[in-house]
Design a protein around this ligand. Structure first.
Ligand code: RTP
Ligand code: MG
Length: 142
């Protein structure tokens, strides 16, 4: 009998300003696409303080947040929604560990980042976060 088609899951991805500045948008998108994820929304966005505070609501009180906000508002980012089987976990595996110095080679951060802050990409960390972030960045997305 046929194996049932797995339900598609969506994740929110932000290609951060360091990646845009360094000309790595294409490299990051290629990894997502090569893996088999589908892009269902994508836009170049200049993040302001308010959007940063909303996106990083879980971090706004932390000591690392002020420099993180300065960084994420420092230039345009590329916001996107990707879809595929277990997309949330798959994106985080592709991204690698938060600290680029410790991220495994073969991951986006492991191959391109030497920083715990300027680490090129964000990916939703749970289905609840994905829904919240997609509603925040792409309200009304079908
Ligand atoms: P992200 O949310 O961007 O996908 O990254 P993550 O889950 O791997 O890391 P998270 O703990 O959510 O932190 C969000 C972003 O804040 C910056 N960060 N700086 N100690 C520090 O200086 C520090 N820790 C985290 C990074 O840009 C991280 O991606
Ligand atoms: Mg996170």
């Amino acid at each position: 009998t046929d194996t049932p088609t797995p339900p598609a899951q969506r994740s929110f991805v932000l290609i951060k300003p360091d990646a845009v500045r360094r000309g790595l948008v294409g490299a990051v998108l290629s990894r997502l696409e090569n893996k088999g994820l589908s892009i269902v929304a994508m836009e170049l966005r200049q993040v302001n303080d308010e959007l940063s505070d909303q996106h990083y609501a879980e971090h706004v009180e932390k000591a690392f947040y002020p420099p993180l906000r300065t960084f994420v508002t420092s230039g345009p980012s590329v916001a996107l929604v990707v879809e595929g089987d277990e997309a949330i976990e798959v994106v985080r595996l592709l991204n690698g560990a938060t600290d680029g110095r410790k991220a495994a080679p073969g991951t986006i951060r492991g191959d391109y980042s030497l920083s715990n802050r300027e680490n090129l990409v964000h990916g939703s960390d749970s289905p609840e976060s994905a829904k919240r972030e997609i509603d925040l960045w792409f309200p009304g997305l079908a």
